[in-house]
Ligand binder design. Structure first.
Ligand code: ZN
Length: 289
């Protein structure tokens, strides 16, 4: 017996379609409803900060590293166009981790200067704030694409297997597992549940106009470009230099891949006067019981 799939849309929309579609969109979290980040303080901090550590993320691999609260993490393009998949955890509690879905709801599909990277429930606090972005000029292009998205997930061996691909060990998901395991001493199996949806650093993405499918295009990033994140709490970070390189094509075999640069900067004495680390969201967790 042959089954025919239900058409997604009936041929003739109902007579009330236009009226119902005309309902006004309501922005769920207007920017003015969020606590304003102290940008003048961050600007002063950037002007006087000192580099204290640096490392290189090898192409098609990942590394984990720690960034103390009040320090700045700079992720740089150093040799050629390359995107990075970033995971963040509270350095003292892996259960508090970056929450890309809520960050997307609060700030939009892509983040830029002044946007926060929020942590998971029940904490829901800024883990980091974007304080500088050399690709801030990109905005949204004619395809609706922007840079630094919180709409993708990370490349992984499970989806690849579902789609009929060969075993895929050098994907961002597995790269992040190996990096987290090496940094914490966890086994790869114990580390895997801590890997989460990423901030896609330097990645240029959007949804197609007609079907709203996720797409990528060549990243505009070039050597010298960087994204600066202010660590609002002590952070454990893992960053993967994606095997898709600049994400301009659909093949990892043909992708030209490059390392990424990581630098950590310490604040000058007094630069953080007036700043206090964010506290967890105010809720007693009684949930109506
Ligand atoms: Zn990837």
């Amino acid at each position: 017996m042959t089954q025919t799939a239900e058409p997604r849309m009936p041929k003739e929309p109902p007579r009330y379609a236009a009226e119902r579609r005309a309902a006004a969109p309501v922005v769920c979290y207007p920017p003015e409803s969020l606590p304003a980040p102290p940008m003048p303080l961050y600007d002063r901090l950037r002007a006087g900060m000192t580099g204290v550590a640096q490392l290189e993320i090898p192409a098609r691999d990942a590394r984990a590293f720690r960034v103390p609260a009040g320090h700045v993490l700079r992720i740089s393009c150093i040799e050629g166009p390359q995107v990075g998949d970033l995971n963040l955890w509270n350095a003292h509690d892996l259960s508090e981790r970056f929450y890309s879905g809520k960050t997307r709801a609060l700030h939009g599909t892509h983040v830029g200067t002044g946007d926060r990277l929020w942590s998971s429930f029940p904490h829901l606090r800024p883990m980091a704030t974007v304080i500088a972005d050399s690709l801030g000029w990109y905005g949204f292009d004619a395809d609706g694409a922007g840079v630094h998205d919180v709409i993708g997930t990370r490349c992984d061996p499970y989806t690849n297997g579902r789609l009929g691909g060969a075993p895929f060990h050098r994907c961002c998901h597995s790269n992040l597992i190996r990096a987290l395991a090496a940094e914490t001493g966890l086994s790869p199996a114990a580390a895997e549940p801590h890997i989460h949806d990423v901030l896609n650093v330097f990645m240029c993405t959007g949804f197609t106009r007609d079907t709203h499918r996720y797409f990528t295009k060549a990243s505009p990033v070039r050597p010298g470009d960087h994204l600066d994140l202010f660590a609002e709490i002590d952070l454990l970070c893992a960053l993967s230099a994606c095997p898709w390189g600049d994400c301009s094509g659909n093949s990892t075999d043909q992708a030209r891949c490059h390392p990424l640069g990581v630098e950590i900067f310490a604040p000058a004495p007094g630069a953080l006067d007036g700043w206090t680390p964010p506290t967890p969201a105010p809720y007693d967790r009684s949930h109506g019981l």
